[in-house]
Design a protein. Structure first.
Length: 194
C-alpha cells in the first residue's frame, strides 16, 4: 500500500483505494482520507463538469461528494463495486440532487395555500357555538324517527337509499322524514332569530 514517501500508491489501483476506504471506515483515518481526496476530488470535479456543471458548481459538488465519501465509508462494499465506481455513483447522485434543487421553483411567501388561516375572532367563535347548540337542541326535539333519519343522513353521511335499507323503510318514507325534519329545524331556528 505505501511507497517510500509514506503515501499510498493511489494511481488506478482499486485495491489501494479500497484499503484507504477501509481505513476511513474503520477509524476515520484522516491521512487516508487526505490521500483519497487528493486522488479523487479533481477526477470527481472533471466528471461533474462533463455532466454539465459549471466550474464553481463542480468544485462545490466535488467537496460535497468527498464529505459524503468520508461519512459513508462504512457503507462501501467491495463485493458490489470498486471504490472508484462507488465514489462516482455518489458523485452522479449528488449531481442529480443539485439539478433537482436548481429546477425546483422557489416558494412564493404570498401564495395563499402557504399562508395559515387566521384564527376566527372570539365573537365569531361564540356565534358558531351558539348556532351549533341551537341546531343540536332543535334536532333533539324532533320525533325519534325523524331525528334518526336526520342523524344517519347528515352525521353518518349515508345516502337516502342506504338509510331506507338500514331502517327497512320505503325510500319515499325516508325522504319524507328528512324533509319534515329539515323543515322543523329551520322553523325552530328562524323562530329563535325573531
Amino acid at each position: 500500500m505505501s511507497g517510500g514517501d509514506g503515501k499510498a500508491n493511489v494511481n488506478s489501483n482499486d485495491r489501494s483505494l479500497e484499503t484507504l476506504l477501509g481505513a476511513i471506515a474503520e477509524n476515520g483515518d484522516k491521512r487516508a482520507f487526505a490521500e483519497l481526496f487528493e486522488y479523487f476530488a479533481p477526477r470527481v470535479k472533471g466528471f461533474l463538469m462533463k455532466g454539465g456543471a459549471s466550474d464553481a458548481d463542480a468544485d462545490d459538488l466535488a467537496q460535497e461528494v468527498m464529505v459524503k465519501v468520508f461519512k459513508k465509508a462504512k457503507l462501501f462494499d467491495n463485493s458490489r463495486a470498486s471504490a472508484a465506481t462507488w465514489i462516482f455513483a455518489i458523485a452522479r447522485n449528488a449531481r442529480i440532487d443539485a439539478i433537482r434543487r436548481a429546477t425546483k421553483p422557489d416558494l412564493d411567501p404570498d401564495e395563499p395555500m402557504l399562508t395559515p388561516e387566521e384564527a376566527p375572532r372570539a365573537d365569531v367563535v361564540c356565534e358558531l357555538k351558539e348556532r351549533d347548540a341551537r341546531i343540536k337542541e332543535a334536532v333533539r326535539r324532533l320525533p325519534a324517527e325523524q331525528r334518526e333519519a336526520m342523524m344517519l343522513h347528515f352525521y353518518a353521511d349515508e345516502p337516502h337509499s342506504a338509510i331506507a335499507e338500514r331502517l327497512e323503510l320505503p325510500l319515499g318514507t325516508v325522504k319524507s322524514r328528512l324533509r319534515l325534519a329539515i323543515e322543523k329545524v329551520r322553523r325552530e331556528l328562524d323562530f329563535d332569530d325573531e
